[in-house]
Ligand binder design. Structure first.
Ligand SMILES: Cc1cc2nc3c(=O)[nH]c(=O)nc-3n(C[C@H](O)[C@H](O)[C@H](O)COP(=O)(O)OP(=O)(O)OC[C@H]3O[C@@H](n4cnc5c(N)ncnc54)[C@H](O)[C@@H]3O)c2cc1C
Ligand code: SF4
Length: 442
């Protein structure tokens, strides 16, 4: 990185949005810089990766309405923690948006080597849930995943970095881009975009205790839907940050006599028809900390405090995850949240959101009972999320070419979604970046 040079493109953030742009633009353009807040992280496994889920103050991120948000601020962004689900959203969402991404989605599926989850990798819990759903008239379909199943060893640890490299992450695109000559500045926080006479001219950054400026003709913000709006707000675009949606999800769990889901690949199948009929994304799921603790006799473990969980773990009375099965449901929540510059996130579930989650709970409960779960042990998990979006959406903060009112300042990440998907977003984010790259190169 040089502070003397004027880059053609400065890309802020290296998640699926930023990495795709870097890869696509670098095929034809020189002098591109990626500026990434975090380090290159290569460790895998629960113990090594769990700290990545926490913020600087070693806390999980939670909204004022009590919704947990998971994300990673490292090279490759949250794709490092992703479960590899690569579901193409239904056509009706793109019609609602008035945006045709079909070609870009096709190209994204190829680049991300999307394949259907093979049945020989289904765990015992998933198989039981699939059969139970079928007995009630619902068909669980194999989930499309951006995983090379030839290399996958079925360890079920996708959220903790893939030890075999079978799962696609945005690091692959970053590496391709750097091989094409793109420069990379790690551990560098972008705080603001500089502009003069309505035209972007560079960024202000913070690195190793120093503040300085880097100049560029075009700036693309891909810092994710929680950080891009803060940079925009600092840069004189105060309307960014509103409309936050999270694809909030909640799981339903139950204990059986004979089967559980410990260490299996979760979200291996999903209830396709619920997406179509009710905009609910339901799939077999296990709250990951349950991999670590066992047997507290049927409590909802997430309702226990960390201290109590530790006490239980120390007493070696561990939650019996070997007998626990679960189904989670993501909803297309309403765009009522807000990312604020004071680092708080406002987001409560609306009545409509809660109604959707209640409806999902009833369906999940029926399936779990049919799968052999004791009705007395069925309980709901916490409100979780990992898909923040819509905080600089097309039509509100950016125009159809993803450009803000500051010329040369673009956004390409989940912030630009006009409304939430209610399902895994990586394919759509990659597709938006491919679309923007095409526009910029033309
Ligand atoms: C546990 C988990 C599992 C998931 N599983 C799936 C899945 O299976 N399928 C799916 O489709 N989606 C999944 N997701 C969601 C998906 O990972 C995200 O939606 C996606 O990564 C968002 O991409 P993005 O480019 O918008 O932003 P991000 O991935 O958030 O990338 C933003 C990047 O910008 C950097 N950055 C932030 N602020 C600054 C700054 N000020 N200066 C410089 N750099 C900055 C960050 O460090 C990060 O690298 C999952 C998410 C989580 C957390
Ligand atoms: S289950 Fe497969 S894709 Fe997931 S972490 Fe293990 S090897 Fe990687």
């Amino acid at each position: 990185m040089s502070i003397e040079k004027v880059y053609n493109y400065i890309i802020v953030g290296s998640g699926p949005g930023g990495a795709t742009l870097a890869k696509e633009l670098s095929k034809e353009v020189k002098d591109i810089l990626i500026v990434e807040y975090g380090p290159r992280f290569t460790k895998t496994g629960v113990t090594n990766v769990t700290p990545i889920f926490l913020d600087k103050k070693r806390k999980n991120i939670k909204t004022d309405g009590g919704i947990w948000i998971a994300r990673a601020r490292i090279l490759g962004g949250s794709s490092y923690l992703a479960m590899g689900n690569a579901v193409t959203p239904p056509e009706k969402i793109f019609q609602e948006w008035g945006i045709d991404l079909s070609r870009e989605l096709e190209s994204a599926r190829k680049d991300l080597r999307v394949n259907l989850m093979p049945s020989h990798l289904f765990g015992e819990g998933t198989k039981r849930i699939n059969e139970a759903a079928k007995s009630l008239g619902w068909e669980m379909k194999p989930t499309p995943k951006c995983v090379d199943f030839g290399r996958c060893k079925g360890c079920g640890q996708c959220m903790f970095g893939c030890p075999t490299g079978a799962k696609w992450t945005a690091l692959e695109f970053v590496d391709e881009a750097t091989q094409n000559g793109v420069e990379l500045s790690l551990n560098t926080e972008v705080t603001e975009v500089l502009h003069e006479n309505g035209r972007a001219i560079g960024i202000r950054v913070y690195k190793k205790g120093n503040k300085f400026e880097i100049y560029g003709k075009n700036i693309i913000l891909s810092a994710g839907a929680l950080e891009t709006p803060r940079i925009l707000q600092n840069s004189g675009i105060p309307e960014a940050g509103k409309g936050l949606a999270l694809d909030v999800y909640q799981a339903t769990y139950g204990y059986t006599e004979d089967v559980g889901m410990q260490n299996e690949i979760i979200l291996a199948t999903y209830l396709d028809e619920l997406i179509r009929d009710k905009e609910l994304f339901s799939a077999p799921y296990m709250y990951i900390p349950l991999y670590l603790v066992r047997d507290i006799g049927g409590y909802a473990p997430e309702q226990l405090s960390i201290t109590n969980l530790i006490k239980i773990a120390l007493k070696s009375k561990r939650i019996n995850a070997k007998r626990l099965i679960g189904i989670m449901t993501k909803i297309r929540d309403e765009m009522t949240g807000e990312v604020r510059n004071d680092r708080t996130i406002r987001k409560n579930l609306t009545k409509k959101d809660k109604k959707k989650l209640d409806e999902a709970y009833e369906i999940n409960r029926k399936i779990l009972i049919a799968a052999g779960a004791d009705p007395q042990t069925i309980h709901r998990g916490i409100y979780e999320s990992g898909h923040p979006c819509c905080t600089a959406s097309i039509g509100k903060v950016v125009n159809e070419h993803q450009e803000t009112r500051v010329k040369g300042l673009f956004v390409s990440d989940a912030s630009v979604f006009p409304s939430p998907l209610g399902m895994p977003p990586i394919l759509t984010i990659v597709a938006f970046s491919k679309r923007l790259a095409k526009y910029l190169l033309s």
